[in-house]
Design a protein around this ligand. Structure first.
Ligand SMILES: *Cc1c(COP(=O)(O)O)cnc(C)c1O
Length: 219
């Protein structure tokens, strides 16, 4: 199967999952995760109408996306990987959405840069639902206080919550936890689900899914 066929498969799977969950068609945004793939590998996805892309490294994204966004209108770029404060300026300039707001220091750096650049990004707080020590994200119990800090002290609008469940676990309970945290804290959107579990994520209320290898092939 080529990229267009794989992309169509993913789109159809999402449509079916929306239908099965009794959700309106088109209620889930597909974020195509293009990390490790170069501009030439990404172009066929853009030609097939894909407009929302995710990258996990600022440096890598800066090396390929400026030429791609110059070629096509309406591309939306999302940072889904950890951000270092010394890359905040570059990230704010390049991305439309940052899904990996995961600590106070980076929330402050993003707030400062948005002000400086006069640019408002859409932001997601990453929650470490599995409390994994090697994984980024705010602990579920700390999420209400962190959201309060972002909103009240830093003046940020938090559009959604994002999580990456532990690889070896059933993702359902993690998706349910993220959904509950969002509802309890007045957060609208849920970024959850990757190639292996995006159908499950749609059933649990994902408003966007981040799908890489099922579209671009293995990395
Ligand atoms: C790489 C990555 C994805 C996509 O993973 P696939 O299994 O290839 O679909 C999704 N989310 C994050 C945060 C990633 O780093």
């Amino acid at each position: 199967m080529d990229l267009k066929a794989r992309l169509n498969d993913v789109r159809e799977t999402i449509l079916k999952a929306e239908k099965d969950a009794g959700r309106p068609a088109g209620s889930v945004t597909l974020v195509a995760v293009s990390k490790t793939f170069d501009a030439d590998a990404i172009r066929p996805a853009i030609e097939a109408g894909q407009r929302v892309f995710g990258e996990n490294r600022v440096q890598e994204a800066s090396s390929k996306w400026p030429e791609l966004t110059a070629e096509t209108d309406g591309i939306e770029l999302r940072l889904i990987g950890p951000l270092q404060s010394n890359k905040a300026a570059e990230a704010v300039a390049l991305f439309d959405v940052i899904e990996s707001v995961d600590r106070e220091k980076i929330a402050r750096a993003i707030a400062t840069e948005m002000q400086k650049q006069g640019k408002r990004l859409r932001l997601y707080v990453q929650v470490n639902t599995g409390l994994e020590p090697q994984k980024a994200g705010i602990a579920p119990d700390d999420t209400p206080a962190f959201l309060k800090l972002c909103r009240e002290e830093l003046g940020l609008t938090i559009e959604g919550l994002m999580c990456i469940p532990p690889a070896a676990e059933n993702p359902g309970p993690h998706f349910a936890l993220l959904s509950m945290l969002a509802a309890e804290n007045g957060v609208e959107k849920l970024s959850m689900g990757m190639s292996g579990d995006y159908e499950t994520a749609v059933a649990f209320g994902a408003t966007s899914v981040r799908v890489g290898s099922a579209i671009f092939g293995s990395r």
